[in-house]
Design a protein around this ligand. Structure first.
Ligand code: SF4
Length: 245
């Protein structure tokens, strides 16, 4: 492949992602033209087989229903005081890919479902851009009740809620976890490094590969970061493909 051809492919890939996450519906058609290998970057090979054809996972230690029942009408931290709904999580109970954000926002608190506001709509487009749907993945947050004014959750609030998230991860057993944004990534990885420094790399968490990236709400305010997000999504797609092949 010549340098010109390689550059053309890079431009086409990025344009495809931008079109996809801005809702112009161009990504799938364009990306099928991209060669499966390219030098110096992580390529996005197409899945070898539908995810549904993979062998079933071993039996779970406990189900999400049991975990939800244990949470009950939780008052373990002060975040319960102003919540409208406890936002447990949503998606495929056997998902290979799990997204974890920091906490519910206004719309999520109102509906009781994670990532349903404008940032959630962008997350849906990002998921679609790697040839998955929301039904294929599981989505949860580090804390399950909305911090007032969308402030960062306090360490003691995370400490109370985190065991339930860990139990959800252990039940779902995802192959890959995508930590969305600084708060989620710092809490899961126990680091104070900024998201710009820790994104784009592969970490390990509870048996899964963890890849941090920017929070969709941040991407809505900083469109220039979508390019790096796309690199992270390609990495996640590659990890999923390695698992399914
Ligand atoms: Fe309970 Fe978690 Fe809500 Fe705190 S944030 S009240 S620990 S469910």
């Amino acid at each position: 492949m010549t340098e010109k051809e390689w550059l053309t492919e890079q431009i086409r890939e990025r344009l495809s992602f931008y079109h996809s996450i801005t809702g112009l519906g161009f990504a799938r058609e364009a990306r099928t033209e991209v060669a499966p290998t390219a030098p110096a970057v992580v390529a996005v090979p197409r899945p070898d087989a539908p995810l549904s054809e993979k062998p079933a996972k071993p039996a779970k230690d406990e189900t999400l229903e049991v975990i939800r029942a244990d949470l009950g009408d939780c008052t373990r931290c002060v975040l319960h005081e102003k919540r409208t709904h406890l936002v447990f999580g949503v998606g495929n109970l056997n998902a290979d890919l799990m997204f974890i954000g920091e906490g519910p926002g206004f719309e999520e608190d109102r509906q009781g479902i994670p990532f349903v506001g404008p940032a959630g709509q962008l997350l849906t487009k990002i998921i679609n851009a790697i040839d998955l749907s929301r039904d294929d993945v599981y989505i949860a947050n580090v804390v399950k009740c909305r911090p007032p004014g969308n402030r960062d959750p306090e360490p003691e609030e995370v400490a109370e809620c985190r065991p339930f998230l860990d139990r959800q991860i252990d039940s779902i057993r995802p192959k890959v976890i995508c930590a969305l944004g600084r708060v989620a990534a710092q809490n899961l990885l126990k680091t104070e490094e900024g998201i710009t420094r820790i994104r784009g790399r592969i970490y390990s968490y509870r048996g899964a590969k963890l890849v941090p990236t920017f929070h969709p709400a941040y991407l809505l305010r900083n469109a220039e970061k979508k390019r790096e997000c796309w690199e992270d999504m390609k990495l996640i797609r590659r990890l999923l493909n390695e698992h399914s092949s």
